[in-house]
Design a protein around this ligand. Structure first.
Ligand SMILES: C[S@@+](CC[C@H](N)C(=O)[O-])C[C@H]1O[C@@H](n2cnc3c(N)ncnc32)[C@H](O)[C@@H]1O
Length: 277
């Protein structure tokens, strides 16, 4: 009897969604550089030592932090066991023993007070948008503040612009060309103007035409910069600053960022908010 033919797997079937995510949306070296700048601009010349990464996922930023200086320590917080485990298997193992010993992970809700307090608390990739009401977000900001040392900074990113209110729009980017490359699709599926609820999906498309459809999904409230800054003030942060990307053609691929009080109303923008305790 003839042997049954092995089914050839598609590139999507062979792909790892976390690997694709990290390649598409994360630049940990740039994040660490920005945290240093934000801390320096809030605290004179002091260099931050401790980091808490809320919603850390595969904690790539924590790994870069402990790698960047021998005295640095990091705490990653996320409630998804599968995601944290992927990070242990793929990111943590790439660190030296000493670097690993300076990184701690907690599988828990970010709305918990932990000690020791830190110099920098990061909540990246719009993750805090999952808190959809003023009272939930205020509660989170109060706890985040209690997890910071005096003078510490909380760093968040924000997006906006007219294009972000378009339903069923997909932004496509090629991550790497050729057989090993793939496309990253950021889909803005819905936006409800009544309560600002919005749904987003990340998909990946490969060179053989196969897809990892809606590998990640997010159901968020589309917060605005002034709403977030007012809540930070209510939570007791002493000041907050908006960092906008400099319009500088000479700057590197990640751009440079400066504090600003007004900005052009671009159809699509990303900025940082830095709150100081
Ligand atoms: C958008 S991902 C962000 C991953 C990573 N921080 C990044 O910058 O790419 C959101 C992460 O938040 C985690 N998460 C959602 N709600 C949470 C909560 N209440 N407490 C802790 N983690 C939470 C999810 O498990 C997921 O890993």
């Amino acid at each position: 009897m003839a042997k049954p033919k092995k089914k050839k797997l598609t590139l999507a079937e062979k792909a790892d969604k976390f690997q694709c995510y990290q390649k598409s949306v994360q630049t940990p070296e740039h994040e660490v550089e920005f945290f240093e700048q934000a801390y320096r601009e809030a605290n004179g010349q002091k260099i931050p030592v401790s980091l808490r990464e809320d919603f850390c996922g595969t904690f790539a930023v924590c790994c870069e932090w402990v790698h960047s200086k021998p005295e640095r320590i990091a705490l990653g917080v996320d409630l998804c066991d599968e995601t944290l485990q992927w990070g242990r298997d793929h990111n943590l193992v790439k660190l030296s023993e000493d670097e690993q010993s300076r990184l701690r992970l907690l599988e828990q809700d970010v709305r918990k007070r932990n000690r020791p307090a830190v110099d920098v608390l990061a909540a990246q990739n719009f993750s805090f948008w999952l808190f959809k009401t003023r009272s939930e977000l205020l509660d989170y900001f109060k706890i985040a503040k209690s997890n910071l040392k005096q003078g510490g900074v909380m760093v968040m990113d924000m997006m906006g612009g007219g294009d972000c209110y378009q339903e069923e729009s997909v932004d496509k980017r090629t991550i790497k060309k050729g057989k090993k490359g793939f496309q990253y699709w950021w889909e803005q599926a819905s936006f409800n103007p009544v309560n600002a609820d919005a749904s987003f999906y990340i998909s990946f498309k490969f060179a053989d035409g196969s897809k990892l459809k809606r590998a990640f999904e997010y159901h968020w409230r589309f917060w605005t910069i002034p709403e977030v800054r007012e809540l930070l003030e209510e939570a007791g942060f002493s000041e907050s600053h908006v960092y906008w990307e400099d319009d500088d053609e000479e700057s590197d691929a990640y751009g440079t960022w400066s504090r600003g009080t007004d900005a052009p109303s671009n159809p699509s923008w990303i900025c940082y908010i830095v709150a100081v305790k």
